[in-house]
Ligand binder design. Structure first.
Ligand code: NAD
Length: 330
């Protein structure tokens, strides 16, 4: 049995807590949150022990895995405490708010004899993993261009509105489209150059948009757009990848969201659509299942600290590019 303590019972703490219920031989035993309403809610939801902070959690319970779901600017502090407690750790993305914190986390993770996994959940999202497989198997030939979108009309609601404070959250680039940056790195490898535009600093809080152009070392160019300012409508994501021999696209708003069209088929008469409806298992469940597997099988989780730091560096380069109006070479 793997015993779990969740730190931070906000949006993600609740999603993770639910996912742990669905994993075999895994038990959520304690939730830590300074907010008494959140603690009461955790007790109601799962009948678990509740405490105010990670120090109490480490003192009062014996857990194997600490799952960190606190706001981004608190990641390093809470992770450092979990390391002192010598626990396996799962931490939400982004790894940290800035490079210094990320590098200190990497130092702490070096030679640590427990597992640390990071919640870059798009790597567990069936549509995205399916597209990656198709591209890697050469279904569209050599990839050349990628385009992603992620966003919605609703600005994220967080504890004391921390998302609206750029110094705490890093805004739409560091918080939201870091998902796509991580996915594209996983698919295409290292990024060479970054250029970005954002509305940050030009509009009021609770409205934010960004567009990033990434040039990968393998020559692929990607355009990554994210928005917390969208026109009316639900949150949605899209990805399109064009290669020498075809195109794959995904739109989460469609009933059959993945469409593959090869040039050969299109030339032969109108194009062929291969609709696929990705499996319904939650990617949050899948990422935590991978983390539990890493502990049981004594292997690395799919997203390591080093990997997440690589993604953070690209996101921070995009933030810097937008601030300076310059291309940033990594
Ligand atoms: N993977 C994803 O899809 C995804 C989605 C949303 C958020 N996130 C990330 O998850 C993290 C949490 O975001 P959220 O939306 O759940 O935030 P939230 O504001 O909804 O919840 C944060 C919770 O942490 C608690 N908290 C604050 N300080 C604490 C401390 N010192 N110890 C314990 N608990 C503390 C707050 O009381 C609150 O309940 C962020 O890093 C965010 O970027 C990831």
């Amino acid at each position: 049995m793997i015993r779990v303590g969740v730190v931070g019972y906000g949006t993600m703490g609740q999603v993770h807590s639910q996912a742990f219920q669905e994993l075999n031989d895994v038990e959520l035993v304690v939730v830590a949150d300074p907010d008494p309403d959140r603690r009461a809610q955790a007790q109601r939801d799962f009948g678990v022990d509740v405490v105010s902070n990670i120090e109490e959690l480490l003192r009062s319970s014996s857990v194997d895995l600490v799952d960190i779901c606190v706001p981004t600017y608190l990641h390093e502090t809470v992770l450092a405490q979990a390391i002192v407690g010598n626990k396996h750790i799962f931490i939400e993305k982004p790894l940290a708010r800035n490079l210094e914190e990320g590098q200190r986390i990497l130092e702490l993770a070096k030679d640590y004899d427990k597992k640390i996994g990071v919640g870059h959940v798009v790597r567990f999202t069936p549509a995205y993993t399916g597209i990656r497989e198709s591209v890697l198997q050469g279904e569209i030939g050599q990839a050349a261009v990628a385009r992603t979108f992620r966003g919605g009309s609703q600005f994220p609601q967080g504890w004391h509105d921390w998302y609206a404070d750029f110094d705490l959250s890093g805004g739409v680039i560091l918080d939201l489209i870091i998902h796509d940056i991580d996915y594209l790195r996983w698919l295409f490898g290292d990024v060479e150059r970054v250029y970005a535009k954002t509305t940050h600093g030009r509009t009021t809080a609770h409205l934010e948009w960004a567009m990033i152009v990434l040039r990968f070392k393998n020559g692929v160019i990607a355009h990554v757009e994210g928005s917390w300012t969208n026109f009316a409508g639900d949150f949605y994501t899209t990805v399109e990848i064009a290669g020498k021999d075809g195109l794959i696209k995904y739109d989460s708003r469609e009933t059959d969201p993945i469409v593959k069209t090869t040039l050969a088929e299109a030339r032969a008469g109108g194009g062929v659509t291969v609709p696929e409806n990705p499996a319904a298992r939650s990617p949050y469940l899948l990422e935590l299942e991978d983390m539990i597997g890493a502990i049981r099988e004594d292997r690395a989780p799919l997203v390591t600290v080093e990997d997440a730091l690589g993604t953070l560096k690209v996101a921070l380069a995009a933030e810097k590019s937008a601030r300076l109006g310059q291309v940033i070479t990594l």
